[in-house]
Design a binder for this molecule. Structure first.
Ligand SMILES: Nc1ncnc2c1ncn2[C@@H]1O[C@H](COP(=O)(O)OP(=O)(O)OP(=O)(O)O)[C@@H](O)[C@H]1O
Length: 633
């Protein structure tokens, strides 16, 4: 508003000075118009500063409000939902996304204020000076807005695709970097490097396409604004020659004309430049709107005892969408990718054409030809894009990943969950840990009826030892104190000793005080498992031990050593162990065998093995004599 008035007053001062010079008046009479001009100019600059400050405050406030909301949402959505979105995607949102939102608010907000007031005020003033000029300005406005909207919509579409590509690039890059050791080990790092290159290249093309539309839009807006001013100049010049209008109003209208179009042009330019911020804002709003899994904070349950039970009946579970493509560098996925890449190498030789790997839905890989003549927007791109939208929509009805499960965990028993790859072992572990929630069925925990296992009291009694325990940056002691920050040094040392870490610790320069984790001393898979184990030992209130393939990546000697450490620790705990390594069955009290999400056998392994049932078939398939070998120990 003030800025609009400033624009008019500034133009008034300038016009007055020019008219007086034209009439060859004394220089002294220029003082007042020049002062008016300078005052209005200063006022405009001050308005700009104030406006920028307001916008900065608003942008900072929005980001300050969004950041903790996103963080809270990430925690309340839990690991499963996060994995479905892709780690890179969440990081993109928290780092780049918020920066882009800030730029968007900072740039677009002041321009929107200008857009509302300045053209209106200028139009009224020009109309009062010369109705014909006012009419030209008024008629040109819809044309400009029409082009702005048309090109804006085109840019928005392209920008949405560019943002999706940006998310994909971040996720793919992050997953590949995290999985680099495995990829290198499997010898498929080069193919993933090519894949990153091709994703970046698609991102570059998308960016160029957005820039092209933005340039066209700028050109169109500038062209029509200049054309309008030129028509006005001709029209006013003609009227001046024919003495139909005075010099002052004609000059004032002409000087004000560019100011009339300026906010629209600037808004158009900045709108394109900040579309990514708008997309990031939409993405954030979408994530914040996601329904949160139900969680029970209060439950009067004091922990797992000798006579405790967890009874699950009729449990069904379906994932909300297809398995995400983006978090693809998991070891299983890489194994599949390796198998696929091997077969591709063979076919590549015969076809002598280059094919790129696009990770497939269930951790598999699909290949798409991208020969040297592939045009822009190839099949690879189309496949990749359709996959992005599929995984982002995530609304398709999914088959049940677990169906009609009935089983009972009781006392300090050791329960193995076995089955072929994709049978549902990890899904069941996630369900028991409360990361996911069943679609149907009942859960009874010591007489408490639960809808799901996302129950704080239950989770506080679980120790989780995954395949690759997370070792964070810090000392060995810090890492062991994970569940129990209060533990003193002697307790930590005892837990480390029970977990079998003492021999290794004596070889370290600072023992328990040695820095490990990212950027520090590397540790082996077995050592990481033992640290995870020590975490559980250090907190005696965690009487439930969840193991997800605890020895899957270890060599046979390390696996054997770790197993000898684990077995005594398992006593006095409820143990749930998901594994492919069937030698564990010899040490388990109960086995649950899954096939396509259903329980096909359960019972005491000693009774089930040798009955010729599905478990025997699985043992045969997986090289069953390993059980006998271990039983001899
Ligand atoms: N995040 C997910 N979204 C959608 N579907 C999924 C997801 N994770 C797993 N699935 C599907 O659920 C089924 C069970 O998968 P799960 O990972 O539980 O099997 P698993 O027995 O643990 O396999 P593995 O031994 O290979 O780890 C599979 O069909 C899988 O494709």
């Amino acid at each position: 508003m003030f800025q609009g008035i400033g624009v008019v007053v500034q133009a008034y001062g300038l016009t007055l000075a020019l008219v007086r010079i034209w009439h060859l008046q004394n220089l002294k009479v220029l003082v007042v118009p020049v002062l008016i001009f300078l005052a209005a100019y200063t006022c405009r600059q001050l308005c700009d500063v104030a406006k920028d400050r307001c916008a900065t405050d608003r942008a900072d406030a929005i980001v300050a409000e969004l950041r903790p909301s996103i963080q809270d949402k990430v925690f309340s959505l839990g690991p499963s939902a996060l994995a479905r979105r892709g780690t890179g995607s969440a990081v993109t949102m928290l780092v780049d996304g918020l920066d882009q939102v800030r730029t968007y608010v900072l740039t677009v907000l002041p321009k929107m204020m200008d857009l509302i007031f300045i053209p209106l005020i200028v139009l009224v003033v020009v109309w009062t000076q010369d109705a014909g000029s006012g009419l030209i300005l008024l008629l040109m406005l819809p044309l400009l807005i029409f082009f702005m909207v048309i090109l804006g919509l085109a840019a928005r579409d392209r920008s949405s695709r560019q943002y999706a590509q940006f998310r994909k690039l971040n996720t793919r890059f992050m997953d590949t970097v995290l999985g680099l050791p495995t990829l290198k080990m499997l010898g498929i790092d080069k193919e993933y490097e090519d894949e990153i290159y091709s994703v970046s290249d698609r991102f570059r093309k998308r960016t160029m396409s957005v820039i092209r539309v933005a340039m066209t839009s700028t050109f169109a807006l500038d062209f029509f604004a200049t054309l309008a001013i030129a028509i006005m100049a001709v029209f006013l010049g003609n009227n001046l020659i024919n003495a139909k209008v005075e010099l002052f109003p004609a000059l004032l209208a002409l000087i004000l004309a560019p100011e009339y179009f300026m906010p629209i042009r600037q808004f158009g330019d900045d709108f394109h430049a900040t579309l990514n911020g708008k997309n990031a804002l939409d993405d954030i709003a979408d994530m914040l709107a996601q329904p949160e899994p139900k969680r029970m904070e209060e439950l009067d349950w004091s922990g797992w005892k000798e006579d405790s039970h967890l009874r699950l009946e009729g449990i069904d579970f379906a994932y909300p969408g297809p398995k995400p493509v983006e978090s693809s560098a998991s070891a299983g996925a890489q194994m599949d990718a390796m198998a696929k890449s091997e077969s591709q190498k063979t076919s590549k030789k015969s076809r002598k054409r280059k094919s790129s790997i696009v990770q497939g839905g269930n951790g598999g890989a699909v290949s798409a030809e991208s020969g040297s003549t592939a045009p822009q927007g190839t099949a690879v791109e189309a496949v990749a894009d359709s996959r992005i939208s599929e995984s982002e929509e995530g609304s398709q009805e999914q088959p049940l990943a677990l169906s009609g499960l009935d089983f009972n965990l009781h006392g300090f028993s050791k329960v193995a969950i076995v089955g072929r790859s994709g049978a549902g072992k990890s899904t069941l572990m996630d369900l028991l840990a409360g990361f996911d929630q069943p679609k149907a069925g009942t859960i009874d925990l010591d007489g408490h009826q639960l809808e799901h296992c996302n129950v704080a009291a239950w989770q506080r009694h679980i120790s989780y030892i995954p395949q690759n325990p997370f070792i964070f940056h810090g000392t060995v002691s810090d890492n062991i104190r994970f569940y129990n920050q209060e533990a003193d040094d002697a307790q930590v040392a005892r837990a480390a000793d029970r977990a079998g870490l003492t021999d290794w610790l004596t070889t370290l320069p600072d023992g328990l005080g040695t820095q490990i984790g990212e950027g520090n001393r590397g540790i082996s898979g077995g050592q990481a498992q033992r640290i995870a184990l020590a975490r559980g030992i250090l907190d005696p209130s965690r009487e439930i031990l969840f193991f997800d393939e605890p020895t899957a990546h270890l060599d046979i000697e390390t696996e054997y050593d770790l197993k000898q450490t684990l077995l005594p620790i398992m006593d006095g705990h409820l143990v749930v162990l998901a594994t492919h390594r069937l030698h564990w069955l010899a040490n388990m009290d109960w086995v649950i065998m899954l096939e396509h999400g259903r329980i096909v056998a359960q019972g005491d392994p000693r009774e089930l093995i040798g009955q010729g049932g599905p478990l025997d078939a699985l043992i045969d398939e997986m090289g069953g004599n390993q059980i006998a070998d271990y039983q001899q120990d």
